[in-house]
Design a protein around this ligand. Structure first.
Ligand code: SF4
Length: 271
């Protein structure tokens, strides 16, 4: 499949991330690049002739040009109770929706867990109908997804009720290896091929540290356990087994509500 490029020209570096995420949501198959006045001149020279969407921001609103057509937003008359950024995201969503003839199931929500909104509103004592209305009107979330968000938020609340915010603790175990290192990675991750010989020693060290934690946290309740990384499933099955067996023998799992092992790389998973 041929990948087409969508170049978006944004008049100000503010909101670059939000604009990129939302445009990408509409053009999932395309490569989306946002250029701003801060883009390097040589990159600008290369990309500017290919601009297909131009966004001009002003305090009083914004203008979006798609091809020959201009779309205008007057921020002064809009209800901006939730700020300029959200107003702009609604405008961008409406414009892209008009241009592409698409609605997105999660509306203009990008960069936020949808349940976070529902969760916060439930905490404020808002009714399901109010939350549904807010998600539909402010973020163009479909009814189906908004109801799903409310349902999940309620389940999360039930689970979190049992967490010991006082006297409890969570355990995080980091396995800093991956099959290979992704270019965009910002985590602590080392390619397994280069470190294979040190992995057993690393697991030994983690187990030693478990002894320390288990002893020093005896009078606290263990709520959650998370093995992350890197990619923990990069370990050989027997290494992961050794780690988990040690973990379960040293800690009381009867109070654990969540036990997660990240397995983000399909090429690292065995049955
Ligand atoms: S799989 Fe995740 S942790 Fe590993 S290199 Fe890629 S982004 Fe980083």
């Amino acid at each position: 499949m041929e990948i087409t490029m969508k170049v978006v020209k944004l008049s100000h570096p503010n909101y670059e991330y939000d604009v990129h995420s939302l445009v990408k949501a509409f053009y999932a198959e395309d490569q989306v690049t946002v250029i701003t006045p801060e883009t390097k001149p040589e990159k600008l020279a290369e990309l500017e002739p290919q601009v297909s969407l131009e966004i001009e921001l002003a305090e009083t609103g914004a203008k979006i040009r798609v091809g020959e057509e201009d779309f205008l937003w007057n921020a002064e008359t809009a209800n901006l109770a939730d700020g300029y950024k959200n107003g702009l995201k609604r405008f961008l969503y409406r414009t892209l929706s008009k241009v592409t003839g698409q609605e997105l199931p999660w509306g203009n929500l990008t960069g936020i867990r949808p349940t976070k909104i529902a969760y916060g509103m439930l905490d404020e004592g808002r009714s399901d109908a109010e939350i549904l209305d807010f998600m539909e009107q402010s973020h163009y979330v479909s009814e189906e997804k908004a109801l799903l968000g409310i349902d999940i938020a309620k389940r999360e609340r039930d689970l979190l009720k049992e967490i010991h915010y006082e006297g409890g603790y969570s355990l995080y175990i980091g396995i800093p290896f991956c099959p290979t290192t992704c270019l965009y990675c910002s985590f602590t991750s080392y390619p397994i091929a280069a470190f294979r010989r040190q992995v057993d020693a690393y697991v030994d060290a983690v187990i030693k540290e478990m002894d320390y934690v288990a002893e020093n946290f005896q009078d606290k309740v263990l709520d959650t356990v998370y093995i992350g990384g890197g990619t923990p499933t990069t370990l050989e099955p027997e290494q992961l087994d050794r780690l988990i067996t040690a973990l379960k023998s040293k800690f009381d799992f009867s109070t654990v509500k969540e036990f997660t092992v990240e397995a983000g790389r399909a090429d690292s998973i065995t049955r």
